[in-house]
Design a protein around this ligand. Structure first.
Ligand SMILES: C[S@@+](CC[C@H](N)C(=O)[O-])C[C@H]1O[C@@H](n2cnc3c(N)ncnc32)[C@H](O)[C@@H]1O
Length: 191
């Protein structure tokens, strides 16, 4: 969905070399997908963990993506993410929940100064559900795109998945055997 959203943006972008930054890239799974999907883009993955970045190096090898070892809560990390041209998209996947609310607010301020007008932040992370119709509409559109690509429509939703699990006989709890008393005689050996 992150790649789809960036794709949606770049389809509407005239920039010759869009700039995409993956925040808390870890092993680079999203970084490499961006680099492969948009080979004309300048993709940078940023993470504070050198071991995960070591794995990310392997993941992005053969692409033009770059990696940057920096803590997103330290001032100045964005200056090292490349030339000071505005960014088209900052993305992240299951990383920003590690930041405190104050650190996250500071990060948003940094991004507000880096992203070009119309640029986007796409954060795929665990957040409280929203009732706001705009993100809900976007989520619906992205789900439809993913279903189109997979050629699968009408897949079950979360409630339907649970219903199937709960009604499956083979997954029903098996009756517990009666507990054996500690003093019960052992079964006699058969000859
Ligand atoms: C669950 S992993 C997700 C990695 C990757 N985005 C993915 O989807 O595979 C969370 C990542 O956030 C990084 N992270 C957490 N806090 C960070 C910080 N303050 N600065 C940079 N990276 C951070 C961790 O090092 C880790 O790689």
């Amino acid at each position: 969905m992150v790649v789809d959203t960036v794709g949606w943006l770049l389809e509407r972008t005239e920039v010759a070399r869009p700039r995409l930054v993956d925040l808390g890239c870890g092993t680079g799974s999203l970084t490499v997908r961006l680099a492969r999907a948009f080979p004309h883009a300048d993709v940078v993955g940023v993470d504070a963990d050198p071991r995960l970045l070591g794995l990310a190096e392997g993941a992005v090898s053969g692409t033009t993506a770059r990696l940057l070892a920096r803590d997103l809560t330290t001032p100045g990390w964005a200056d090292e993410a490349g030339p000071p041209a505005p960014w088209d998209a900052a993305v992240s996947s299951t990383a920003l929940h590690w930041l405190t609310p104050d650190e996250l607010a500071a990060l948003y301020c940094t991004l507000a100064g880096r992203l070009r007008p119309g640029g986007i932040l796409v954060d795929a992370d665990n957040r409280a559900p929203t009732a706001d119709p705009a993100p809900l509409g976007l989520a619906r559109q992205l789900r439809a795109r993913r279903a189109d690509r997979a050629g699968r429509h009408g897949h079950e939703d979360w409630a339907g998945w649970w219903q199937t699990i709960l009604s499956a006989q083979e997954l029903a709890p098996s009756p517990r055997p009666a507990p054996r008393s500690r003093n019960a005689p052992s079964p006699s050996p058969t000859i």
